[in-house]
Design a protein around this ligand. Structure first.
Ligand SMILES: [Zn+2]
Length: 218
């Protein structure tokens, strides 16, 4: 099987996300740029402890499947557009950790308050301007890529962070630094006003979860 080492690296990273409490269920996804124009991604809706190397999916820069029998993660476009915009990034992790997710509900970026942030993340952790429904894959991906800019981590409003690196090890450290920065900032600043998800978006998300999620790429 091609890229067995890279497939195993991604599976190990998924298990690490669970061990570190950086994710709940399969609400996270991991990818590697394995060659120019080829992205290896986690599949949609398969529990991490059941992932085998052949379950991963390879897509091209247009999102067209090159290899794999599963659907790629529903957040494939986020990975794809970041790789297109940022030739320096070769690994991306989207996770759902507690404090960074709390920051996502404040509508605020995390300012550059720690030394690790300057070195690894490029300074602050920006945030997308408004809530975008999870089913609006391309719109979400464009907003995330624009907000990320030249940084290595970004918060998706009312959702969770996306962390990047030159390799998976660096992307993992980005996850930890982003979570630590969020925890520190929240403990220093106290309570921010919350930006809740609008009611019409809550209804739409619930409907997608019950009736569409996992079938959209078929
Ligand atoms: Zn997510």
């Amino acid at each position: 099987m091609y890229y067995l080492n890279e497939r195993n690296q991604i599976i190990q990273t998924c298990l690490w996300l669970e061990q570190q409490n950086l994710v709940l269920g399969t609400w996270g996804n991991v990818s590697l740029r394995i060659s120019p124009g080829e992205i290896l991604l986690t599949p949609s809706k398969i529990p991490y402890n059941k992932l085998s190397p052949e379950d991963l999916v390879i897509v091209d820069y247009d999102g067209k499947k090159i290899e794999g029998s599963n659907n790629a993660t529903s957040e494939m476009d986020v990975h794809r557009l970041i790789y297109l915009a940022r030739p320096d990034i070769h690994a991306i992790i989207h996770c759902h950790p507690r404090y960074a997710s709390a920051m996502c509900a404040t509508g605020r970026e995390i300012p550059p308050i720690l030394e690790e942030m300057t070195q690894l993340l490029g300074g602050s952790v920006p945030i997308t301007p408004a809530y975008i429904r999870a089913g609006k894959h391309l719109e979400l991906a464009e907003a995330v890529t624009a907000a990320l800019g030249d940084k290595n981590a970004v918060l998706i409003a009312n959702h969770a962070p996306v962390c990047c690196g030159r390799n998976l090890e660096e992307a993992r450290t980005c996850c930890l630094v982003t979570e630590k920065a969020a925890a520190c900032y929240l403990s220093i600043q106290g309570h921010f006003p919350v930006h809740p998800i609008p009611p019409q978006d809550i209804l739409a998300e619930r409907h997608r979860f019950l009736y569409q999620y996992g079938h959209e790429n078929n």
